[in-house]
Design a protein around this ligand. Structure first.
Ligand code: SF4
Ligand code: SF4
Length: 300
């Protein structure tokens, strides 16, 4: 089994740009709000593209990966992903307190007259404490933070990340997944992110060719869509919108955001109990809007 580790990471490694192969198209399916149908669209689009292309679907929603359920795919573990954490040797510590001051995560508690107390749940593995320690009292020890699994289904390859419960930082796992998929020869990488605009979503977005934001016509949908489009703009990534559940309310606010951020609405899926049914039965959605979307992306 492959062991992916970050033994020599520096402070900024969470945001390291992991390049993709130049001859691949990388599309990140994202959207600030949860429950908008990101995974539904990502799986449906990947299956549609896989009819004419070599496609990798990457489930980067590592705190609750579920693309395999929608594809009824059986995952097989391919790699553990580990991150270094600090181990303090009490006898070597000169009680200077530098590590405690350097730790931005409050993972080290300074205890008078003793070596600092380490709170593992808070640690992101940045190793600032190790680098700053004047007595070389802080060593590195690898800790498994997650795993990467793979499955074949519906003509595509699914790569899925799974974060160990209680793990604070998911970006290193996302970056490990991006390195892992570099070993694959594909035409399209479709990456399904977690909801929100936090660091694991940023890690997934960096280096992608297109941020496809899935939203719904609700005030919360519009609010979170604006956040993700702002983020894409900040990262200099072109954005486009898939409007899901069209018809449940006015979509004027979505159209306004589309204009404001120069992100065209390139697919509209109506709210339909039938769509929800396919979701519940683990069957990839087939819909003319998804077929049209795949053809648009093939033509880019
Ligand atoms: S920086 Fe090193 S020597 Fe100073 S308190 Fe931390 S572990 Fe001890
Ligand atoms: S590795 Fe980073 S987060 Fe963890 S204790 Fe050291 S300074 Fe804090």
């Amino acid at each position: 089994m492959l062991q992916v580790s970050f033994a020599n990471q520096n402070f900024n490694s969470f945001y390291t740009i992991i390049p993709f192969e130049e001859n691949q198209t990388n599309i990140t399916i994202t959207g600030g709000k949860g429950g908008t149908g990101k995974t539904l669209i990502a799986t449906a689009l990947a299956v549609e593209l896989a009819k004419n292309n070599k496609v990798l679907l990457v489930d980067a929603d590592v705190e609750g990966p579920d693309a395999h359920h929608l594809l009824s795919a059986k995952l097989k573990k391919k790699a553990d992903v580990s991150l270094n954490i600090p181990v303090i040797t009490e006898e070597e510590c000169i009680r200077c307190g530098r590590c405690y001051k350097a730790c931005k995560q409050n993972a080290l508690e300074f205890v008078l007259g003793r070596a600092p107390l380490f709170i593992e749940e808070q640690c992101t593995g940045c190793m600032a404490c190790h680098l700053i320690c004047p007595a070389d009292a802080i060593k590195k020890e690898p800790r498994v933070i997650g795993s990467i699994s793979e499955a074949k289904a519906h003509g595509l390859t699914l790569v899925s990340g799974d974060l160990v419960p209680q793990q604070k930082e998911s970006s290193p796992l996302i970056n490990a997944m991006k390195r892992y998929i570099q070993t694959k020869k594909t035409d399209y990488n479709i990456m399904d992110t977690a909801s929100g605009t936090h660091c694991s979503v940023i890690a997934a977005l960096i280096g992608t060719d297109l941020a496809l934001a899935v939203t719904e016509p609700t005030p919360l949908g519009a609010h979170d869509l604006e956040l993700i489009l702002k983020l894409a703009k900040e990262l200099d990534i072109p954005g486009a919108i898939v409007l899901n559940k069209k018809g449940v309310a006015s979509d004027k606010s979505i159209q306004k955001l589309s204009k404001k951020y120069d992100a065209p609405i390139i697919a509209n899926l109506p709210y339909s109990p039938k769509i929800m049914e396919t979701y519940c039965h683990g069957v990839p959605l087939e819909h003319k809007e998804v077929t049209a979307l795949a053809r648009i992306l093939e033509g880019l």
